[in-house]
Design a protein around this ligand. Structure first.
Ligand code: B12
Ligand code: SF4
Length: 475
């Protein structure tokens, strides 16, 4: 612990990251790094306690640090896997209960999971306040209000409890500036994640204007796009490189929503020639061969396409703004350019039929050398068209029910079991497919490869490994 901060007169904020989920690898708490940057810029002393990387229990840190405020980040509600669901909500409630016993400091919760169910999570956890969406400016404003004994009820994005203890949440401010501070990294925590095989995130933009039927991202980040300049992205990557990072993940919901931004960032990275490689999420919409070639020159080594389905009626029903032909075309470009690429597919959403499932599987043979990440069913989130169709209004349940137990839309007559069975059989002939979480043997092998210095997502090894496993089973 930084003993200077213990003696300091500046108000102290303890930042807490509870996420210990390690699929596909431990994910560095980038959101809290941004919050840390904003708090430090506003004159607060901060200390980051990380459930994976910090030594000693949280209670000890609280006793030592005596924080004035606690800022707790909740990234995942659950693992979003219908055939193997795992909820993380309980651990947040337990943590708040533990904190309550050892400190009177106000507990403020934020993060992507909190942003999806803000009022429900505020009530369920017993936290004092919350922030929905981008947290930097609202948190600084909330802490100022609390220090000055002003009610926080007019701060955009803030969640609080009214006189009857009912949770309320202000609208997420659509006009929020975005990127009001640079992320502040805690070097030893960052190094611990790099050592554990994590790929450190870099964010170049926030917001997505599109309206895919299931997607919570615009709800978390807003619809209006906010961008960092190419120079700012270079500066951030250079800072990470100086901290020992050689491969990063551009965590933007979709990196290619705006061609001008894509070109600006990539040209800046080409000129800086940092030697840092990266991967990102791309949409097939409007993507050209030149874009991909430029990204490759700028250090991009892997691409994850949010294709969702290879069937046009399904793509339409999912609210996608591209067709299978776009997917085929961009796959061919990536293959020609020697870029490793994968397609995320969601089976069983609205419009899916047994026939469209077979069409997607058959069309995978037309796509050269791709990797596939298949999910079964669509998690139903508030604020999405899917919520209107399959949420509480359709089932007669409460909103809380959709938080406490992960709920998925599966289009009848398909079921989780029938889809899982079909995909498991298909995977036996297609070792480049991952259905749900990656197999544990793959995760173990990847850990070994990472400890030998290999970087990146390494999903190119999945095929070799599954092929080897299958040949063993057939022997
Ligand atoms: C990139 C990404 C990934 C990458 C991560 C790559 C990497 N190396 O970092 C990969 C593909 C590996 C991944 C995996 C998973 N992901 Co993911 N991922 C994302 C994505 C697109 C961006 C996350 C990000 O880094 N954002 C940038 C940072 C800066 O933003 P942020 O963390 O939200 O923080 C801001 C605010 O939330 C807030 N904030 C954060 N903490 C706090 C704390 C306080 C006190 C306050 C006030 C504010 C605050 O302020 C921050 C700055 O503005 C989000 C969707 C989205 N658009 O948010 C999904 C998302 C976070 N993922 C999600 C899920 C479910 C998963 C997986 C479980 C999926 C799976 N089955 O494998 C795993 C879990 C991984 C793990 N070990 O935890 C869900 C989580 C919600 C949920 N449904 O439970 C999301 C929201 C997508 C969704 N489906 O809705 N993911
Ligand atoms: S799925 Fe991707 S493109 Fe569609 S709304 Fe979500 S972030 Fe935007």
């Amino acid at each position: 612990m930084d003993t200077q901060s213990l003696q300091s007169a500046a108000p102290c904020v303890l930042l807490v990251n509870l996420n210990t989920y390690d699929q596909p690898y431990p994910v560095y708490p980038l959101g809290l790094a941004y919050i840390d940057g904003a708090l430090r810029a506003a004159g607060y002393e901060t200390y980051l306690w990380d459930a994976r990387a910090s030594r000693g229990p949280l209670e000890e840190t609280v006793a030592q640090f005596q924080p004035d405020f606690i800022a707790l980040s909740l990234r995942n509600i659950d693992n979003a896997q219908s055939h193997n669901p795992l909820s993380f909500v309980r651990s947040l409630a337990d943590c708040c209960a533990t904190l309550r016993k050892v400190t009177r400091a106000p507990i403020i919760v934020g993060g992507s999971a909190f942003s999806i169910f803000p009022t429900e999570l505020l009530e369920l956890t017993g936290a004092d306040y919350g922030v929905r969406g981008e947290g930097e400016a609202p948190l600084v404003a909330l802490l100022a209000a609390l220090r000055e004994n002003r009610p926080p009820s007019s701060i955009p994005g803030v969640a609080w409890k009214d006189a009857s203890r009912a949770a309320c949440c202000n609208e997420y401010a659509a006009r929020q500036a975005g990127f009001t501070a640079e992320p502040a990294h805690t070097p030893d925590i960052l190094a611990s994640y790099v050592g554990a095989g994590s790929i450190i995130g870099v964010q170049t933009q926030r917001g997505c204007p599109l309206k895919c039927c299931y997607c919570s991202y615009p709800h978390i980040e807003g619809r209006r796009s906010r961008y960092r300049t190419g120079a700012q992205v270079v500066e951030e990557m250079a800072r990470l490189r100086d901290l020992g990072v050689r491969y990063t993940f551009i965590v933007d919901s979709v990196f290619n929503t705006n061609e001008r931004h894509l070109v600006e960032v990539c040209e800046a990275l080409c000129s800086a020639n940092l030697g840092v490689e990266w991967e990102c999420f791309l949409s097939p919409r409007g993507l050209t061969r030149d874009h991909l070639a430029l990204m490759k020159r700028a250090g991009m080594r892997h691409v994850e396409f949010g294709a969702d389905s290879f069937s046009d009626p399904v793509l339409k029903a999912y609210g996608k703004v591209f067709t299978y032909e776009d997917i085929r075309r961009v796959s061919a470009y990536a293959d020609e350019l020697g870029i490793l690429y994968g397609h995320f597919l969601i089976f069983g959403g609205p419009g899916e039929t047994p026939g469209t499932v077979e069409q997607t599987l058959a069309r995978a043979a037309e796509i050269p050398r791709a990797y596939y990440f298949a999910t079964i069913g669509m998690r139903i989130f508030p604020g999405t068209p899917l919520w209107e169709k399959s949420g509480p209004a359709a089932t007669g349940e409460t909103r809380e029910a959709f938080l406490a137990t992960p709920r998925f839309h599966i289009e009848p007559p398909l079921t989780v079991e029938s889809l899982y069975e079909r995909l498991a059989v298909f995977r036996n002939t297609a070792p480049n497919w991952v259905v749900g979480d990656p197999p544990s043997a793959f995760v173990a092998t990847i850990k070994k490869l990472r400890s030998r210095g290999l970087r990146g997502p390494l999903w190119e090894y999945i095929e070799i490994l599954q092929r080897y496993q299958q040949s063993g089973e057939n022997r």
